[in-house]
Write a protein that binds this ligand. Structure first.
Ligand SMILES: Cc1ncc(COP(=O)(O)O)c(C=O)c1O
Length: 410
């Protein structure tokens, strides 16, 4: 017997979900065309590829995974990841700063898991996360999944700098409408624009959040997925942001995906910083409870291997050196891009490191389709094309820049 026509099993909000992630779909198409021998430049992939187009993998971390005893992956990890992992992540993020003593953390499946926990535990159902107008698409997916929504503030003002006036307006709006706010920011090396906030922007941003936090509970989550590829690391952000600890709830979405080139290992953490031990205890309990209720425990082998890569002095030194070489490779592409793209008159935000940049353009879907016809794959976004330099060989950058400049000049 089959169900009566018209009978719907999925709940209404789930009946018209897109079947494929658009970036993954573009990547699949680019690879299929490259496999036929066509000269394709695939600037869609959010993973660091070497100059031959192969996934760049840190040998030191791969070795740490290979050397794990069978029991390390077979047994369950502790629900929140265990004390060794906690200490290692907090030290990686906050180093010797005194605020490290105010941090609690739980393991998550990648930075995505950390974002999911934050949205579920710091916003009520049907409330909206606030983020920049250019943002990583899964922020919206995660909010949707949790029956929350996403609102944005204009990312860049007329001078191409962070639009803090609009941020303040939208943050006030969130506080008035919801009585609370969760702000997600991604710096350094923002995906998709490549932008990193400078000192003035951080200073002003912290002032805005401080004012709002005097009126309502504000949670500020900094997504640090790419911080290891930034010129100045995380110090600039921390110097400013930690001054808010105690006024606002400061969260970090930490991820091993990019910093350890282990995207598939699914290791990440949500870190919360607050000076009040009672507040920390409640947050830690709420997060641990959510972990158990959503994914139970994380990848035990991954947690053990990444903890070792962070804490074993010899392994850590090798990992830092190998990552330094990968960062240098990426920095060379960024320098080449900046040299050629600015000469070609492309409009894009300040870009001094990281996996992506975006080129502003009016009809991004049409421009991306024309580029694709010519073998250049980029990701169309509202008002911009995302270019993943992390996956483009340095020798292909001239062709990519010329192609984009030609299409945008039409
Ligand atoms: C901005 C941003 N945040 C977080 C992540 C989290 O990645 P993962 O869940 O693999 O750690 C990514 C991955 O592409 C990202 O681009």
């Amino acid at each position: 017997m089959v169900a009566a026509p018209g009978m719907e099993f999925l709940i209404p909000t789930r009946t018209s979900r897109p079947a494929d992630d658009p970036i993954f779909a573009l990547n699949t198409e680019a690879r299929a065309r490259a496999a036929t021998g066509e000269a394709i430049v695939n600037a869609t992939v959010g993973a660091l590829l070497d100059e031959e187009g192969k996934l760049a993998v840190l040998g030191s971390v791969a070795q740490a995974i290979r050397e794990l005893p069978a029991s390390a992956g077979a047994g369950y990890a502790p629900i929140t990841g265990g004390a060794d992992f906690h200490r290692a992540v907090i030290a990686d993020l906050l180093g010797g700063r005194p605020e490290a003593g105010w941090a609690v953390t739980v393991a998550t499946p990648g930075g995505s898991g950390a974002l999911h926990l934050a949205v579920g535990d710091f916003l009520e159902p049907h409330q909206a996360v606030l983020t920049t107008s250019y943002y990583w698409g899964p922020y919206r997916t995660i909010a949707d999944e949790l029956d929350r929504s996403l609102s944005t503030f204009r990312m860049f003002d007329e001078r191409g700098r962070l639009d803090l006036a609009d941020f303040e307006r939208k943050l006030q709006g969130s506080v008035e409408a919801q009585g609370r706010a969760l702000v997600i920011l991604n710096s350094p090396c923002h995906n998709p624009t490549g932008y990193s906030f400078d000192d003035d922007e951080w200073r002003a941003l912290v002032d805005v959040v401080g004012r709002a936090a005097a009126r309502a509970p504000i949670t500020l989550l900094l997504d640090v997925a790419y911080f290891r590829y930034a010129g100045s690391g995380l110090d600039r952000a921390l110097d400013h942001l930690l001054g808010l600890a105690g006024k606002a709830m400061i969260l970090f979405a930490w991820s091993a995906s990019k910093s350890f080139t282990q995207y598939g290992l699914r290791v990440g953490a949500l870190v919360a910083v607050h000076p009040d031990p009672d507040e920390r205890r409640r947050v830690q309990s709420a997060l641990g409870y959510s972990c158990r209720g959503i994914w139970s425990t994380c990848n035990a082998a991954g947690i053990t291997a990444i903890t070792r890569a962070l804490t074993d002095p010899e392994l850590r030194a090798r990992t830092d050196a190998e990552r330094g070489a990968l960062k240098a490779l990426l920095d060379r592409r960024v320098a080449r891009w900046n040299e050629l793209a600015s000469a070609a008159g492309l409009r894009y935000p300040r870009y001094d490191g990281g996996f992506f940049t975006t080129v502003f353009c009016d009809d991004a879907p049409a421009a991306a389709a024309r580029l694709k016809a010519g073998g250049l794959f980029v990701v169309p976004q509202a008002g911009a094309l995302r270019v993943a330099l992390c996956s483009v060989a340095e020798r292909d950058i001239p062709r990519l820049v010329e192609g984009i400049a030609r299409q945008l000049a039409r």
